[in-house]
Structures are given as C-alpha cells and as structure tokens.
Design a binder for this molecule. Structure first.
Ligand SMILES: NC(=O)c1ccc[n+]([C@@H]2O[C@H](COP(=O)([O-])OP(=O)(O)OC[C@H]3O[C@@H](n4cnc5c(N)ncnc54)[C@H](O)[C@@H]3O)[C@@H](O)[C@H]2O)c1
Length: 269
C-alpha cells in the first residue's frame, strides 16, 4: 500500500545485485512510495547480477561505480544530480564484501591484504561516499543517509569473520561523519542493523542457516525480512524521522536485547 511517503524525493541506492538483495527490495519500496531512484553497483556486479531488470521495472537509470573509487563516486553523484536536475534527498549504502569470508580463511589465520580490501569495500567506502557527497554539497537539507550493518559489530559470532570488524568501523564512520553532515548540511546519517537475511552476501557466511534459525528462535518477533528492512529504510528516508541521526538502529525482531528465549533453552535440553 502506498502512502507516497517519499513523494518528490530523489536518491541513490547502492548494492542491488539480484532480487534477494536488501537494496533491490529497498529500491522497489522507495519507488512504491513515490521516490525516484538512481541505481548503482560495482562494474563486476553488472555482469553477475540482474540490476538492469530492476532499473527497467522502476524506471531508474543504472550507473556503474566501484564504491572504493573516488573517481567513480564523483562521476556517479554528478550524473545522478544531472539526471534529477538537482540535489539528493536520500542515499542507501548496501555494500559488503570480505575476501577472507569468500575464500574460507579462518579469523585466526587471515590474509591481511584481503582484510584491507574487505575493509575498504565494506566500511571505508561509506566514508568515501559521504566525503564526496559533502564536498559536492550534493544533499538537500533534511536528507537522509543509511548504511546497512549487522550485530556482529557489537557481539561475537563465529564465522562472521573480519566482516564483524568492518561493520564496527562502518558504524563508527556513521557517527563521526553524521556529526558534520548534521552540523553543516542538516543531513542525518544512521546505520540499520538487520537480522540475518538470505541474500548472496548472507550466503557467503559459513553456517548462515544456523544463524538464521538461532536468531529467529531468539527474537520475540522473529527475524526481519529483506522487505521489512526496505520498509524501515523508507521510513528513515521519510520526513517522519528528521531528527534521528548518528544512531545504530536495530531492526531485528528484538534479538539484540533478548538474552535467551524459552525455545532456545528447550532446544538444548
Ligand atoms: N544478508 C544478511 O544477513 C545481512 C544482515 C545484516 C546486514 N547486511 C548488510 O546488508 C548489505 C547488503 O547485503 P545483502 O545481504 O543485500 O547482499 P547482496 O550480496 O545482495 O549485496 C551486497 C552488495 O555489495 C555490492 N558490492 C560489493 N563490492 C562492491 C564495490 N566495490 N562497489 C560497490 N558495490 C559493491 C555487491 O555487488 C552487492 O550488490 C551489506 O552491507 C550487508 O553486510 C546483510
């Protein structure tokens, strides 16, 4: 059901790879609420995924950009502003990648070059993105920037590997840059900490099924789906959340504040 929550709002969505991607569902929800979107992903993802299909469906141009490249980010933001004929109201950073996770390296025996690469893609890219937006004065006042994260930034989960450290860094960047975005541009910056979700990135984590089941049995409301995350992000882009900034917002059915559930206790006996 559309309430036109984002009518007249324009922005960029990073990270729609295929129909399972949280960014894909977000682009659909934003479009359904009257927002206009520019889609982007890494050039390699253009070949692997089906982003053009989404672009056609929601009438959004697709502009390739490696989020670790300042040149690509500058070009993307220039092109997006040209397309919209003005500044942006929202940006979603929905990007994560660990070479160590992909190649099955254990946390106690990481390849540190791969660690640096994953950190650059998953966390530093958020700083690069905001620095480019800030430098170009590309955001409208009362705009909203969101990045997606996971609770492994605060608590340890086996096999989430160096992505946990990347997420901790990402959340810190949201707070640090959120200060300047707020003071100087009246723009809010938040991270949404989502339940484990079945996506291409999610499936890279060893034992994702166990994560999903454990989280679902622990959370009083059950796991949040990708579509529910998309709808929450729409709310964060809407004018109903204008003074929420520099927060890590748990969207996890209550997982983060539950010690243990009766279901989990019962399953151990
Ligand atoms: N799936 C989960 O369980 C879960 C839970 C919490 C948070 N998240 C986070 O949600 C976000 C989206 O992930 P997803 O689960 O939808 O998986 P996904 O695989 O669909 O999305 C990850 C995206 O990152 C993009 N990407 C990788 N390297 C890039 C680069 N250099 N430049 C630009 N884009 C690049 C990929 O092409 C892909 O589109 C990630 O930040 C992820 O960590 C996922």
């Amino acid at each position: 059901m559309s309430h036109n929550l984002l009518k007249g709002k324009k922005g960029i969505i990073f990270g729609a790879l295929d129909h399972q991607s949280i960014a894909w569902k977000t682009a659909e929800s934003v479009h359904a609420q009257g927002g206009q979107v520019v889609l982007t992903n890494a050039p390699v993802a253009m070949r692997m995924g089906t982003i053009n299909e989404l672009g056609e469906k929601i009438n959004a141009p697709v502009i390739p950009a490696d989020a670790t490249s300042l040149t690509d980010l500058e070009n993307l933001i220039d092109q997006a502003m040209e397309h919209f004929g003005g500044k942006l109201d929202f940006v979603l950073h929905s990007i994560g990648m660990s070479v160590n996770v992909r190649k099955g390296k254990h946390y106690t025996a990481l390849n540190h070059d791969w660690m640096t690469k994953g950190w650059d893609v998953s966390a530093v890219s958020f700083h690069k993105l905001m620095q480019t937006l800030y430098g170009k004065d590309a955001m409208n006042e009362w705009g909203s920037i969101v990045a997606l994260t996971y609770i492994a930034a605060q608590r340890t989960f086996p096999n989430y590997n160096d992505m946990a450290d990347n997420k901790a860094y990402l959340e810190s960047i949201a707070r640090s840059f959120g200060y300047y975005m707020g003071k100087d541009k009246k723009v809010r910056v938040n991270t949404i900490s989502q339940s484990p979700t079945l996506t291409t990135a999610g499936q890279g984590v060893k034992g994702l099924d166990g994560f999903l089941t454990y989280a679902s049995k622990t959370s009083p409301l059950g796991n949040a789906t990708a579509k529910e995350c998309a709808d929450y992000t729409v709310m964060m882009f809407s004018d109903f959340t204008k003074k929420v900034t520099m927060q890590n917002l748990f969207h996890d059915g209550g997982f983060s504040t539950t010690g243990v559930s009766q279901e989990v206790i019962d399953s151990l006996q």
